[in-house]
Design a protein around this ligand. Structure first.
Ligand SMILES: Cc1ncc(COP(=O)(O)O)c(C=O)c1O
Length: 431
């Protein structure tokens, strides 16, 4: 039977379906099963590119994760800087659940009201630039690299194709971003790298000046090298780079994939350096765990991406946009950026105090809630010892830096508990 509807072709309405109990039960069954079962599948069916810790988390709540045995862990990794609002934040959960019941995906062939709103929210925390949504950090950098080349091409400088980045940096694993990731161990075996990527030493103006050329298109920089070991850029160095970019018409692309969305105590790390980037790349925390990334560019630069030049099937889909809106609004409403400054002060000074008591610590560095503690030795056994006590932490650098990226909602009590656990573990290890 066909029913006329107010607009559109006459068809029978698609019947509304009840929630699928069987599928839900199957998912529950996987999570409730003995680990041997899924571990065998993990070994057999997953590619071996990750070295995983032997913990499987099945539930989270705020700064805590719970493993299959119900053990509770304090998560100072935030899934590598992603879950800024903590796990299962009610605002994000409600937003994505509601959106899942409306529509998940339509494609960028159509207007997406939530994309416009997410772009407005994101842009007004930053430079006021125009936004392109993608799905990850590497994709954001990939798009920024393309945008830089295309921008110079449209300005009548097609020879400007070189992307200058810094040793020890990290910009992602796809070929363009990997070519900008000046770490031989990460590029090894994947050559040849795309052409026209040049590198300079971080925090070294002479090395930077030498790497620039008449063919430079853009400089791509992290203001804190996160994966590289939480190495903080010096203000004078960054200002020198920004000034040279401005004088020469090179684009300054700041990779805020890890430092962005409040992590360092300002919405964006660049805001602490007295500079104005042409392009910002971001991802990680902006969806609180729903995969999403973005490029924010000055409108004159963004203009280079005319229809047909760049795109993404998933980029900016309604599900991801609901997560972005909920995440950004919650950070604003709960004044979390100011909270990060305060909490970061507590965490940073506690780590400095601990460092004084343990001779294998060589340096403590960071900003806001992004901290690294460098050691004279690999930190793998320390991370294992901390996990045994219920504290999750990351490694960085050459495996010799302990990295803490707690959620932005972390409170005083949790920071005290975590730093006590670290002090105790270092004492037990006789470090
Ligand atoms: C600064 C920076 N840029 C880019 C990336 C790549 O992001 P993704 O893993 O989402 O591709 C990362 C990931 O750690 C990062 O820290």
């Amino acid at each position: 039977m066909s029913v006329p509807i107010p607009f559109g072709i006459a068809v029978t309405p698609f019947p509304k379906r009840a929630p699928d109990q069987e599928v839900a039960q199957n998912v529950d069954a996987v999570l409730a099963a003995e680990p041997q079962g899924w571990r065998a599948s993990q070994q057999r069916y997953l590619m071996p590119n990750y070295q995983r810790h032997p913990q499987a988390f099945v539930r989270g709540e705020g700064p805590f994760l719970f493993d299959t045995a119900g053990r509770r862990y304090l998560d100072f990794t935030s899934g590598i800087g992603v879950t800024a609002l903590g796990h299962a934040h009610p605002a994000v959960t409600a937003a994505i659940a509601a959106q899942a019941q409306r529509v998940l995906h339509t494609s960028n062939h159509y207007e997406i009201p939530l994309q416009a709103e997410a772009a407005r929210l994101l842009s007004t925390t930053a430079t006021g630039g125009q936004v392109l949504f993608v799905n990850s950090g590497t994709e954001a950098n990939e798009a920024a690299i393309k945008l830089a080349r295309r921008y110079h091409y449209t300005q009548g400088y097609p020879q400007r194709t070189e992307i200058l980045s810094f040793y020890n940096g990290f910009h992602g694993r796809t070929l363009g971003s990997l070519a900008a990731t000046a770490q031989p161990k990460l590029q090894e075996g994947f050559g040849p790298m795309p052409a026209d990527f040049r590198y300079a030493d971080y925090n070294d103006t002479t090395s930077f000046d030498q790497a620039c050329s008449a063919r430079t298109a853009a400089v791509l920089i992290e203001l804190i090298q996160g994966e590289g070991g939480v190495v903080v850029a010096q203000r004078e160095f960054v200002q020198h780079v920004a000034q040279r970019c401005r004088q020469n018409g090179w684009l300054l692309i700041v990779d805020e994939v890890q430092t962005g969305v409040g992590r360092t105590g300002s919405w964006w790390a660049y805001q602490q350096y007295g500079i104005e980037p042409d392009v910002i790349t971001c991802a990680k925390a902006m969806g609180n765990g729903v995969p999403v990334g973005a490029v924010i560019a000055r409108p004159e630069v963004a203009a280079a991406f005319v229809p047909g030049t760049h795109g993404s099937t998933f980029g900016g889909n309604p599900l991801a946009m609901a997560a972005v809106i909920a995440t950004l609004q919650t950070i604003q409403r709960e004044n979390l950026v100011a909270h990060v400054l305060q909490a970061g002060e507590q965490l940073g000074s506690a780590l400095q105090r601990i460092a004084q008591a343990h001779s294998t610590v060589t340096e403590v560095r960071g900003r806001g809630l992004m901290w690294g503690m460098a050691f004279q030795r690999p930190v793998a056994s320390l991370i294992e010892a901390l996990a045994q006590q219920g504290l999750l932490a990351l490694a960085a650098g050459q495996g010799d830096v302990l990295r803490f990226l707690p959620p932005l909602i972390i409170d005083e009590e949790a920071i005290t508990a975590a730093t006590k656990a670290l002090d105790a573990a270092l004492t037990a290890l006789q470090w």
